[in-house]
Write a protein that binds this ligand. Structure first.
Ligand code: SF4
Ligand code: SF4
Length: 77
């Protein structure tokens, strides 16, 4: 899977961090324009593609895409 965090949509609530059964996300030190700390999919290799993070994100800030193994993580916004 590729996980895209749409930075400007994120409000740093951490729902994606706690909802992921594989603990793929950590809170990063990076902030968006609104001053919210962004999650980062630091353990992307553990992702099973279950989509729970996408479902739990209240702001539609997570986009999941099936992709090849090498281009697995990207960020936009
Ligand atoms: S798709 Fe599932 S395993 Fe992958 S990051 Fe989201 S919640 Fe975690
Ligand atoms: S659940 Fe969505 S809004 Fe909340 S921290 Fe994760 S990406 Fe940001």
């Amino acid at each position: 899977m590729a996980i895209t965090i749409v930075k400007d949509f994120c409000k740093g609530c951490g729902f994606c961090i706690v909802s992921c059964p594989k603990k793929v996300f950590d809170l990063s030190d990076e902030m968006n324009k609104k001053g919210y700390r962004l999650p980062a999919p630091v353990r992307i290799d553990d992702c099973t593609g279950c989509s729970l993070c996408d479902l739990y994100c209240p702001d539609f800030a997570i986009v999941l895409e099936k992709t090849k193994k090498k281009d697995k993580e990207k960020e936009v916004g």
